[in-house]
Design a protein around this ligand. Structure first.
Ligand code: MG
Length: 161
């Protein structure tokens, strides 16, 4: 088994749509970024790549590359899961926390879990998501952006566990 950790943050930007965990939040201010700026998916990608010692999201999908402009981050996640499998690993589980003052995540947590599980081709029971506020402290607490943390476990394919 291999453990990985990922972190990401994006600041809000007017005029962008908000996408988190592959789920769109209509009416909410979006995040600034080269791709769709899905901070949760980016943190999960970094956790997966980290666990397999395969670099990070920036080395796979540089933000200077026009191919990833406004990219759907779930497509990047699907590509990373494929690469992880090619390296001989399956996704054991993901546990992630999103920190923001808004939007409220609880009503859509299950939808995000379902979406991520489907993109990663794993059972929903392997994906855990939590939403927290930063209790109005620091930049995230002041509502400037969204932060995501993720850990993952990879299992060696073919290995007995
Ligand atoms: Mg990012």
């Amino acid at each position: 088994m291999r453990i990985g950790f990922g972190y990401d943050s994006h600041r809000f930007e007017e005029g962008r749509r908000l996408v988190l965990g592959g789920v769109e939040f209509p009416g909410e201010t979006g995040l600034k970024g080269h791709s769709d700026a899905d901070a949760l998916v980016h943190a999960i990608i970094d956790a997966l790549l980290g666990a397999a010692a395969l670099g990070d999201i920036g080395s796979h999908f540089p933000d200077t590359d026009p191919r990833w402009k406004d990219a759907d981050s779930t497509a990047l996640l699907a590509a990373v899961v494929k690469e992880i499998r090619a390296a001989g690993y399956g996704v054991g589980n993901i546990d992630a926390t999103v920190v923001c003052e808004r939007p409220k995540l609880r009503p859509v947590i299950d939808l995000m879990r379902e979406r991520l599980a489907s993109v990663m081709n794993v059972g929903k029971g392997r994906i855990s998501l939590k939403g927290k506020t930063n209790e109005q402290m620091d930049a995230v607490g002041a509502g400037l952006g969204i932060v995501a943390h993720a850990v993952c476990l990879l299992e060696e394919l073919g290995a007995k566990s």
